[in-house]
Design a protein. Sequence first.
Length: 351
Amino acid sequence: MDLYIGSYTRDEDAAPQGITRFTFDPTTGQAERRGVALALANPTWIVANGDGTRLYAVTETAGGAVAAIARDPQTGALTELNRVSSQGDGPCYASLTADGQFLLVANYSSATIAVLPVTDNGGLGEAVAMAAHTGSSVVADRQGEAHAHQIVPSPDGGSILVCDLGTDEVVVYAFDSQTGELGTENDVTRVGLAPGAGPRHLAFSPDGRNVYIINELDSTVVAASWDAAARTLTPFQTISTLPADFSDTNYPSQILVSPDGRFVYGANRLHDSVVEYAVDPASGTLSSIGWVPVGAYPRNIAFGPDAAWVVSSNQGGDSLTILARDGESGLLSQVGDPVPVQMPSIAVFLP
């Protein structure tokens, strides 16, 4: 199995680290470095298509772009197909629609989103739709303007949800899955969260009924019910990502929901941990069941094969932490030593 890691490019680097390929043993959790598979500047988010033959990587720079990449499943080799504008600065997230026909991109610095068509050969066409966010909130140095941080389709494909860290909103757009067009302003729903929350990422429960939103600025997770017809979220719980005895600065990053819907996981940067939650099957509420330490500044956590593994990409620690996941208890435990890799920001497992 292949494990691809996207990394930040340090200013002093003569060439970008780009995307590094590892092989991963799903019986032992051991990752073995195979080398840089593709040199790109700041491929900080990567998403794969359904059969693993195409990857799409943002280049998180001013005048941002998205690269379409062909993957040879036999050798793991990567070849760039083409590159198109992300329609904004600092693209930080991309997701594919369920049918793989459109790539959705969020641009953090310019607070814009774009819909890019996937061509017949798996490349990318120019944007068929885009929108710009405006607004601000109460944390002066982080929320002086809008910041689109994540963009995902709803389970039914009829909506697009965008976490805006700058405005403390989840913005919901109507979406035409046939044309890639976004609905008009009248079709947009704005779900406000607590001032200063800083919504960064969200994840749906497997049944599509609930959404879990991780907030970067106040270190909380908000649980909300999802109404597909009304295109709205109704929050019903807010819970800390931190233990009660920790009061220092912390910036949560990624959130995951287990495939069976019984557990939720969130990464804490500066507390440098992954928080583990159990999900109440009747209400969808969360209860903290533990914290597992990882390396410095975990920017991303990702499930490995069969969700039996979680890999933490520790941007500040230049390392990956491999965690085994107990499917019954939901608890995580580190396996082996940290795996060295430069400033990792995203991990993608592919067979």
